[in-house]
Ligand binder design. Structure first.
Ligand code: PLP
Length: 367
C-alpha cells in the first residue's frame, strides 16, 4: 500500500446487502443499479458482487455503462434507460442490452437501429408522476398502439414496463402505483404483455413494498447506504470506506488562521493534521468546518475550508502522528463516520457523497 489516499471497497458487503434486500423485497426478480461507476464503488466490482448476492438483473443509466459491463464479460440481463436522440443504440442491441423506451421517437430510434436483426428487447417507461423520463398518460394510447404494431412486426419485444417514484410520501407513491397499474392495464388491452413490471427503487422498496410488482430496482441500499429509517437495523453494511493518511502534523500558536479565507482560527496552541483529500476528490466543500473524520479511533471535525486537494484538522493535543489514517466515511459499526453524516454536514444526501468520489482516489478491493 503506497498510495496516500484510498477508497476501500468491500464486494462482500454488497453481496450481503443484496441478500438482505432479496429477503425484504420477495420479488421474483431483483435488479441492482450499477450506474455512475457503481455509485462510485466501481461498476464491475459492484456488478459482480450484486450477482454473487443473488441479483439476476443489472441496471445502468447510460448505454456506455452497460457496454462496459459486457466488455468485462458480464452476461446477466442489463437494462439501460438513458440515451440521447443522436445516439447510435445499435451496439446496445447487438450486445443484448435491454433499453428503456420513453417516447415514440425513442421507439423509432430503436427500430431503426435494429435493422433486420432479432427484435429489440425493450422496457416501456411510464411517467406516472415524477416528471422525468417516461411516457405521460396523455400519450399512452398512441404509444401503446405503435408499440403493439412494432411488436407484431417483430421489431421489438416488450420485456418489461416500469416507472420511477418520487419518494415524496407513501401516499404519493401509492398514487403513482395506481397510475402505473392503469397504464399496464391499457397496454394489456393493446395486447402488450410485459413479463416484468418494476416500480420501486431503494426508498420504495422499504417504504412502499406493496408496489414492488415483479422486480425491484435498487441502487443506494445495495451499497449499504441506509436511505430511509426502515433500512436502519436490517443489517446493511456500507461497502465504501474513504480515508487518507495524515501527511503532515505541526504545532501552531493560538490565533493561527487555517485554510482559504481564514474561516477557522485556532483558539489555543494546538496541532494541525493535514489530510490529502479535497473537493477534486469529491469531498464536498460545503462540509468545510463541519465534516467528520476519525483518526486513530478519535473523532475530529474538518477545520476551515476544504480546498481542492487538501483539508486540515485541528487535533488539539491528541497524539496524532504522520502516517496515521484519517477516515472520512465508512462503516459506523467499526467506528467510522457515515456517508450520511457527511451528507448532513454538507447539506446534501449520501447518494451524492458516494457517487461524487473522484477518480484520483484509488479503489482498493478488500478481501
Ligand atoms: C438510479 C435509479 C434507481 C436506483 O435508485 P436508488 O434510490 O439508488 O435505489 C432505480 N431506478 C431508476 C430509474 C434510477 O434512475
Amino acid at each position: 500500500m503506497t498510495a496516500m489516499r484510498e477508497a476501500r471497497i468491500r464486494p462482500a458487503a454488497i453481496s450481503h446487502n443484496v441478500e438482505v434486500l432479496r429477503s425484504m423485497a420477495q420479488t421474483p426478480h431483483m435488479l441492482i443499479v450499477v450506474k455512475a461507476n457503481g455509485y462510485g464503488h466501481g461498476a464491475e466490482t459492484a456488478a459482480r458482487a450484486a450477482l454473487e448476492g443473488g441479483a439476476d438483473w443489472l441496471g445502468t443509466a447510460d448505454i456506455d455503462e452497460a457496454l462496459e459491463l459486457r466488455r468485462v464479460g458480464i452476461s446477466a440481463p442489463i437494462l439501460a434507460w438513458l440515451f440521447g436522440p443522436d445516439e447510435n443504440v445499435q451496439p446496445a442491441l447487438e450486445n443484448g442490452i435491454d433499453l428503456g423506451v420513453s417516447s415514440l421517437a425513442q421507439l423509432e430510434q430503436v427500430v431503426a437501429a435494429r435493422g433486420s436483426g432479432t427484435p429489440a428487447r425493450i422496457h416501456l417507461k411510464l411517467d406516472t408522476g415524477l416528471g422525468r423520463n417516461g411516457v405521460g398518460p396523455r400519450d399512452w394510447e398512441e404509444f401503446f398502439r405503435e408499440i403493439a404494431r412494432a411488436e407484431q412486426a417483430s421489431q421489438v419485444q416488450v420485456i418489461g414496463m416500469f416507472t420511477h417514484l418520487s419518494g415524496t410520501s407513501a401516499e404519493a407513491d401509492a398514487g403513482q402505483g395506481k397510475v402505473f397499474d392503469q397504464g399496464v392495464a391499457l397496454a394489456e388491452s393493446h395486447g402488450i404483455t410485459p413479463e416484468i413490471r418494476h416500480v420501486t427503487s431503494s426508498i420504495g422498496t422499504s417504504d412502499s413494498p406493496a408496489l414492488a410488482h415483479d422486480m425491484v430496482r435498487v441502487g443506494a441500499a445495495a451499497y449499504g447506504v441506509p436511505v430511509t429509517e426502515r433500512y436502519h437495523g436490517v443489517g446493511l453494511i456500507p461497502a465504501m470506506r474513504v480515508s487518507a493518511q495524515v501527511i503532515l502534523t505541526k504545532r501552531v500558536d493560538a490565533g493561527w488562521g487555517v485554510g482559504y479565507g481564514h474561516t477557522y482560527r485556532t483558539d489555543r496552541e494546538t496541532t494541525l493534521a493535514l489530510v490529502p483529500l479535497g473537493y477534486a476528490d469529491g469531498i464536498p466543500r460545503h462540509g468545510s468546518s463541519a465534516g467528520p473524520a476519525v483518526i486513530a479511533g478519535e473523532r475530529f471535525v474538518v477545520s476551515g475550508r476544504i480546498s481542492m486537494d487538501q483539508l486540515s484538522i485541528d487535533v488539539g493535543d491528541a497524539a496524532i502522528r504522520e502516517g496515521q489514517w484519517a477516515v472520512l466515511w465508512g462503516d459506523p459499526a467499526e467506528g467510522d463516520p457515515s456517508a450520511n453524516e457527511w451528507a448532513e454536514a454538507s447539506g446534501t444526501i449520501a447518494y451524492e457523497i458516494v457517487t461524487r468520489l473522484g477518480a484520483r482516489v484509488p479503489r482498493v478491493i478488500a478481501g
